[in-house]
Design a protein around this ligand. Structure first.
Ligand code: ZN
Length: 311
């Protein structure tokens, strides 16, 4: 089985507590890792995922309370889609209506029922009903009943003008195959249960998205292990692109590169995973994790960070 697909998706948000309330209390995800932005240790990097923190389930945020509003546009990840069990959309419509969450009418796309909605920073999200969701265990600690809870990513939409190079990267490096195409959209898939679908929205506008809260900073794809990551990086180099060296993020190893369509891609290893930096599975996401080179500054860093509670 081809286990490739999306690994995680990272986004710029506004206030960290508003962000945590939405993703944990409203959507029922688990905070699996609370750490700092390694490029700006005075701010958080928050990771929400399914109960086990599996690859293909983690949506991560760089919260900056003062960040201006992003503008969606071409050359960006326009939509992040979560997978839910079949028959779940009616439950979520009632939940969103009761919680005053902005959502649109459900639609049908490539044979799947899709419920679009928006996070507090205006990021467009979707729930997609998918039979594959039933293969993934529900997190028992979720605020959402198991039969309807989010299991991880279904996929993501990239809005692109020049999409042929990106399709080539997805097919030749990331393990996707073109599955369906119409005048407006192209669907690429893998066999994985989570994060298995990328939709290219064909745009004829120049690059237009601007950074800010609600902006998808990058999308990461799965490598089996470090050896596979090196092989995938080599293919990226051979395409004439400029990947970074391997970077140790402690919960996975990463390589980043800019794609010709405008979206920043990352490749990340499946392991060691979020559990590896917690004392136990129970403790995942509770204590602030710092990379070893920041540990000596823990007191100062913790004092500067606004507390975030998911209780
Ligand atoms: Zn990343």
């Amino acid at each position: 089985m081809n286990n490739k697909g999306i690994h995680h998706i990272s986004i710029i948000s506004g206030d960290p507590q508003v962000n945590a309330d939405f993703y944990v209390k409203t959507l029922g995800l688990r905070l699996v890792l609370k750490t700092v932005n390694q490029d700006d240790p005075g701010t958080y990097h928050l990771f929400y995922a399914n109960g086990e923190g599996q690859p293909g389930s983690s949506i991560t945020f760089f919260p900056w309370s003062m960040a201006i509003q992003a503008k969606p546009g071409t050359g960006t990840v326009s939509t992040v889609s979560f997978t839910v069990p079949e028959g779940s959309c009616d439950f979520w419509i009632d939940r969103f209506a009761g919680m005053d969450i902005k959502f649109d009418s459900p639609t049908d796309r490539f044979g799947k029922k899709v419920l679009p909605f928006y996070d507090p920073d205006g990021l467009k999200l979707e729930l997609v009903e998918d039979q594959k969701a039933a293969h993934i265990p529900a997190w028992q600690g979720s605020t959402v009943p198991a039969e309807h809870s989010i299991r991880g990513f279904w996929g993501s939409n990239l809005r692109l003008t020049d999409y042929s190079a990106t399709v080539n990267i997805l097919e030749q490096v990331m393990g996707f195959k073109t599955a369906e195409e119409n005048d407006h959209e192209l669907l690429l898939t893998t066999d994985s249960h989570l994060g298995h679908s990328i939709i290219i929205e064909k745009s004829d506008e120049p690059k237009s998205g601007t950074n800010g809260r609600g902006y998808v900073h990058h999308i990461a794809f799965r490598a089996n292990d470090e050896e596979d990551l090196k092989a995938m990086r080599k293919k990226v180099l051979e395409m004439g692109l400029s990947p970074t060296p391997l970077i140790d993020r402690h919960v996975f190893m990463s390589v980043y590169f800019q794609t010709p369509g405008g979206v920043l891609f990352e490749i990340a290893t499946d392991g060691p995973g979020y559990k590896s930096v917690a004392e136990s599975e129970e403790e995942m996401g509770k204590k602030l994790f710092l990379p070893p080179w920041l540990e000596s500054r823990r007191d100062m860093i913790e004092q500067r960070l606004q507390p975030v509670s998911v209780e």
